[in-house]
Design a protein around this ligand. Structure first.
Ligand code: MN
Length: 129
C-alpha cells in the first residue's frame, strides 16, 4: 500500500473548505484544513503536507503572502502549491504562475480537473526526489 498523501487546504469560506475536505478525503487523501493564511503557515510546518491548496483571498495573510513565506523556506521550496481563486480569467492564471504557484484552480471547482492536477503534482514530486 502506498502511504497516504497529505493535502493542506487553506480556505476561509467554511462551506468551500468543507466541500474540498470531503472531496479530497473521498479520493483517499489525508486533509489538513486551515481557516486563514497564518493558520496555514503554522500547519504547513507542523504537518509537512505533500501538497497545498491556497485560497487567494483570506484574512490575516492572503494566498500570495503565504506562498512567499513557503518559498523562502528551503525545506519547502519544492512543495507543490496551487492557488484557488474565484475568477476563471486567463490573466489571473498568468498572475498566479508568475507569483510562483505551481497551478491555478478556478472556483467553482471542477472536481475531475482538481483530482488530475493533484495527481500530476504528487507524481512529479515523488519522481523528482
Ligand atoms: Mn477566501
Amino acid at each position: 500500500m502506498a502511504e497516504t498523501k497529505k493535502i493542506l487546504i487553506a480556505e476561509d469560506d467554511p462551506a468551500s473548505r468543507e466541500l474540498l475536505l470531503e472531496v479530497l478525503e473521498s479520493l483517499g487523501y489525508e486533509v489538513i484544513p486551515a481557516c486563514n493564511g497564518a493558520e496555514a503557515l503554522q500547519k504547513v510546518s507542523e504537518t509537512c503536507p505533500d501538497l497545498v491548496l491556497l485560497d487567494i483571498q483570506m484574512p490575516i495573510l492572503d494566498g500570495f503572502a503565504v506562498l512567499r513565506q513557503i518559498r523562502q523556506d528551503p525545506r519547502l521550496a519544492a512543495l507543490p502549491v496551487m492557488a484557488l481563486t474565484a475568477y476563471a480569467m486567463k490573466e489571473d492564471q498568468g498572475r498566479m504562475l508568475l507569483a510562483g504557484f505551481d497551478a491555478h484552480i478556478a472556483k467553482p471547482i471542477d472536481v475531475t480537473g482538481l483530482r488530475l492536477q493533484i495527481e500530476h503534482y504528487l507524481r512529479t514530486k515523488v519522481n523528482g526526489r
